[in-house]
Design a protein around this ligand. Structure first.
Ligand SMILES: Cc1cc2nc3c(=O)[nH]c(=O)nc-3n(C[C@H](O)[C@H](O)[C@H](O)COP(=O)(O)O)c2cc1C
Length: 217
């Protein structure tokens, strides 16, 4: 089953970045996508800190990430970087733990001062985990998310950025699904033509399938 995993990376109970993540989750669900949330703060702290891969909650979180097609990561900016809580979770992923996945970073910060932290701190980590398809970051300062009695509210410009990101993520997933379908078809065609193909010296079946995908796109 195809789904998006969302990761909330704030240690705070009352959290702006988690609230902004919820907004993005709702926008994704409105586009027909399934979203499954990991609240990093709800993971057992000792298991997280001691990299206890055998702990059921850690296992479940890692498995959820492994099978997701896209990952939305929300973090507060702490000390000019992303939160340590996000880091403890990312550190548990295998080296290619985000390979083939679309990633959307979301962050909130006290001001615009450390906005680039997503590019110089978070993005290199996501890339080193294999993520290649990075959607543009969504950032909101605390002033962009004024507190209300019920929680927070969002300024129009920030809401617009969340909508645009949800559109971009839904579009990217759709394209990925189409490509997968083409690859499956191409592999089927390549297999059906195997006797003739075998006459082509040095051309492997997978190369032929890849060529068919290129032709079809
Ligand atoms: C320990 C700590 C460190 C922070 N460091 C920064 C920082 O370096 N740059 C920044 O823009 N905001 C910083 N902030 C402000 C938070 O990023 C901001 O309030 C954010 O919206 C909090 O998100 P949250 O409510 O999801 O935890 C810091 C806040 C705390 C508590």
């Amino acid at each position: 089953m195809s789904y998006v995993v969302s990761i909330s990376g704030s240690p705070a109970v009352q959290s702006r970045s988690t609230w902004l993540l919820s907004l993005a989750e709702n926008a994704l669900r409105a586009r027909g996508l399934t979203v499954r949330r990991i609240d990093a703060r709800a993971l057992p702290p000792a298991a997280l800190m001691h990299a206890d891969f055998a702990h059921p909650a850690i296992c479940e979180a890692l498995e959820l990430i492994e099978h997701a097609q896209a990952v939305v990561i929300a973090t507060p900016l702490y000390k000019a970087s992303y939160s340590g809580l996000v880091k403890t979770l990312l550190d548990l992923l295998p080296q290619a733990g985000l390979a083939g996945k679309i990633v959307l970073p979301i962050a909130t910060g006290g001001s615009l001062a450390h906005l680039l932290a997503l590019d110089y701190a978070l993005k290199p980590v996501l890339s080193s985990l294999g993520a290649r398809h990075h959607l543009p970051n969504v950032f909101a300062s605390d002033a962009d998310l004024p507190a209300t009695e019920a929680g927070y509210t969002v300024l129009a410009e920030t809401a617009q950025r969340v909508t645009a990101s949800a559109d971009a993520l839904a579009h990217a997933l759709h394209e990925q699904a189409q490509l997968r379908e083409l690859r499956t078809k191409a592999a089927g065609v390549a297999l059906a033509g195997a006797p003739r193909q075998s006459q082509i010296q040095g051309q492997s079946q997978s190369a032929a399938a890849a060529a068919l995908v290129r032709c079809a796109t």
